[in-house]
Write a protein that binds this ligand. Structure first.
Ligand code: HH2
Length: 281
């Protein structure tokens, strides 16, 4: 059974409705919005808009994970994200730090971050300890390989089973290190070492991940799989992104990581209304 609420630092988020995580990228090269919010003030204003639109969590990242992205050193990543983090904490909703680096995790948690979103599922030496020593939540994501090369030729026997087993193993490692179940979120990592067919299989297979008993986060917003399906450029994937978020929630995702919060919220409101409505005559 998935816990009734997710504990992220001092925040307790009920899981009786899907949560929307709004993306705040502070990078020059993110695939969808690279460079737009590199200036801290612009990123803070963007975050404020996402909260007004109904975001439940903000996810701040200072290093792009897009295929082929250049690595950023710890000092530069901290320099990018910490001022933004400090600027958006007063907005009052939990802030997640999207990083793989234990030093950035520690600094962000000390500054008030309530969650660590790690696309490498706390596999960097010291990352597990950095989260276990605090009360922050964690999102454990599956990635095959590393960003530079992950899209070269990803191959699986059974993608859903392999991703599920990886996430179950990482969650067990976290629990053994003292991170409570109610602080753990799992994520199949759409687009991280996956073909279009793998991503679609994972979307269909989300119930198998949800069955592990942890809230599932799905990040499909503006991703290239949606471009492959629709033929649209990254800036024109709003409708496809909203559809993907809705399909993910219908298949058991409890958190959707999105760039377009207002549109996603509207779609989820329709879904909730249908779920609440009495059976027709
Ligand atoms: N996707 C991206 C980044 N971080 N974290 C989780 N947990 N799940 C995801 O699917 C995920 C993620 C990629 O999207 P974006 O932040 O828009 O781009 P970039 O990594 O280029 O900054």
């Amino acid at each position: 059974m998935t816990a009734a609420a997710l504990r992220l630092g001092r925040h307790v988020l009920p899981l009786d409705r899907p949560l929307v995580m709004g993306v705040v990228n502070v990078t020059p090269d993110s695939f969808s919005d690279g460079g737009r919010f590199l200036d801290a003030q612009a990123a803070i204003e963007h975050a404020r808009r996402l909260v007004e639109e109904g975001a439940d969590i903000l996810d701040v990242g200072g290093e792009s994970t897009r295929p082929g992205a250049l690595p950023v050193d710890e000092a530069e990543e901290s320099r990018r994200v910490l001022p933004v983090l400090e600027g958006i904490l007063p907005l009052g909703i939990p802030v997640s730090i999207d990083t793989t680096k234990p030093g950035v995790m520690r600094a962000a948690i000390a500054a008030g971050a309530a969650m660590v979103n790690d696309v490498t599922a706390l596999r960097s030496p010291g990352a597990l300890e950095a989260v276990a020593a605090a009360d922050a939540g964690v999102c454990l994501m599956h990635m095959l390989g590393e960003p530079r090369t992950m899209q070269a030729s990803p191959a699986y026997g059974d993608v859903v089973a392999e991703v599920r087993d990886f996430l179950a193993a990482r969650a067990a490692v976290c629990e053994a290190a003292g991170i409570g179940r109610d602080r753990i979120v799992i994520d199949p990592g759409f687009g991280f070492g996956k073909t279009v067919a793998h991503n679609l299989a994972l979307l269909r297979g989300l119930p198998a991940l949800a069955a592990l008993g942890f809230p599932v986060l799905a990040g499909l917003s503006r991703k290239s799989t949606l471009g492959a399906i629709t033929g649209r450029a990254v800036g024109d994937r709003l409708a496809a992104s909203v559809a993907a978020a809705l399909l993910a929630v219908q298949r058991g995702a409890r958190i959707v990581r999105v760039h377009d919060v207002a549109a996603t919220r509207d779609a989820l409101a329709v879904l909730a209304a249908v779920a609440r409505s009495a059976p027709g005559p």
